[in-house]
Design a protein. Structure first.
Length: 350
């Protein structure tokens, strides 16, 4: 009798298992923030969540985009309001955190400098030392304060009315995390989100495989077709790449990179072409990339050495040295993610 009961229970388990819906792969894509987005997720309910995701992207633009004249950020920059919403409030907190962590290398108060150098929505100025110094005085962590008003609403207070904020160094990473949080709320835990090359991977594929993500090889110029430098395997991690090899302009034989050094008020001038960072969250990987692009290779490697207890500093740097040689430098923590090295690049471990 016990044997028959065991057989019946086993058959019942097989029937119930067979009735459970299988997760179906859903692929979504579109345009957002002046770039593309591509999303893959596995959902047992087989839902198409593109309308909701598009709504998230639109809400983000209305809050934090510098390219939407009516956005909350643009209105704050114009001193029309000091109130923060549920998107900008944590972004300000994160930006202040990274400013402290980077000793000022990451700075969202460089908005006027970014525009003046021609990398924003305004026409480029003929920059002089006088103009640079006049704009630098409105930058720095001491120029802003985040607090709450009498109704406990988050507000931002600017020391100088002229200070303007630029979240482009963190925006796409943050929106990637927002979409990921939405999918988690929908009980979707296996997904890959890519917004303009800023990626977060959660869970894995149904067969247990990790997600494969390609890292772009720095191009010779901004018109070159993208090539994959290497592929990495990700699970419950984000990866972001920043570089100066596509966003730049040339004037009088001088190349001006889009990364502005807050300390000098000028575009950076070093041999670091790009850096890729793996982190738990895309917003932080985004901020770390910008921080390292400001610092350059040598200072970045010193920074990593000075923070040995930070397990999240997982980075690979791509440079052309003074001899014109293409070199890479990868941290030990980064190398564990490499799946294959398609260009046979030799990594120098730091």
């Amino acid at each position: 009798m016990k044997y028959i009961s065991f057989i019946l229970l086993a058959l019942l388990a097989l029937i119930l298992t067979g009735c459970q819906p299988r997760e179906k792969q859903i692929r979504l894509g579109g345009e957002a923030q002046g770039t593309y987005y591509s999303i893959i997720y596995y959902d047992a309910q087989q839902r198409n969540l593109q309308p909701q995701i598009d709504s998230i992207l639109q809400a983000f633009d209305q809050s934090a985009s510098l390219w939407v004249d009516s956005s909350l950020l643009r209105r704050i920059n114009r001193n029309e309001t000091i109130l923060l919403d549920s998107i900008l409030s944590p972004m300000f907190e994160q930006a202040i955190e990274m400013n402290d962590y980077s000793n000022g290398a990451f700075d969202i108060t460089v908005g006027k400098l970014v525009n003046a150098w021609g990398f924003g929505f305004e026409h480029r100025k003929d920059m002089t030392d006088h103009i640079i110094d006049s704009l630098k005085q409105y930058t720095g962590s001491g120029s802003i304060t985040i607090s709450h008003d009498s109704m406990n609403r988050p507000i931002v207070t600017k020391k100088y009315a002229e200070t303007e904020f630029d979240f482009n160094a963190i925006a796409q990473g943050y929106v990637v995390d927002l979409i990921g949080a939405f999918l988690e709320q929908q009980d979707i835990h296996n997904y890959l989100i890519d917004v303009g090359g800023e990626v977060i991977a959660r869970g894995h594929k149904p067969n247990g495989e990790q997600w494969t993500v390609g890292i772009e090889r720095p191009a010779t110029n901004k018109y070159d077709q993208p090539e994959v430098e290497t592929s990495i395997l990700l699970e419950d991690k984000a990866v972001v790449t920043s570089g100066n090899y596509r966003k730049y302009y040339e004037k009088d034989g001088v190349k001006y990179a889009h990364t502005i050094d807050p300390a000098t008020g000028r575009p950076v001038e070093h041999t670091l072409l790009s850096v890729s960072v793996i982190d738990d969250y895309a917003w932080r990987a985004d901020a770390l990339c910008t921080m390292f692009m400001v610092m350059g290779l040598e200072q970045s490697l010193r920074f990593i050495d000075d923070h040995p207890n930070d397990p999240q500093v997982q980075a690979v740097f791509f440079i052309y040295n003074q001899e014109g040689e293409y070199r890479t430098f990868a941290t030990s923590a980064f190398e564990q993610y490499i799946k294959d090295n398609q260009s046979n690049t030799k990594y120098t471990n730091q």
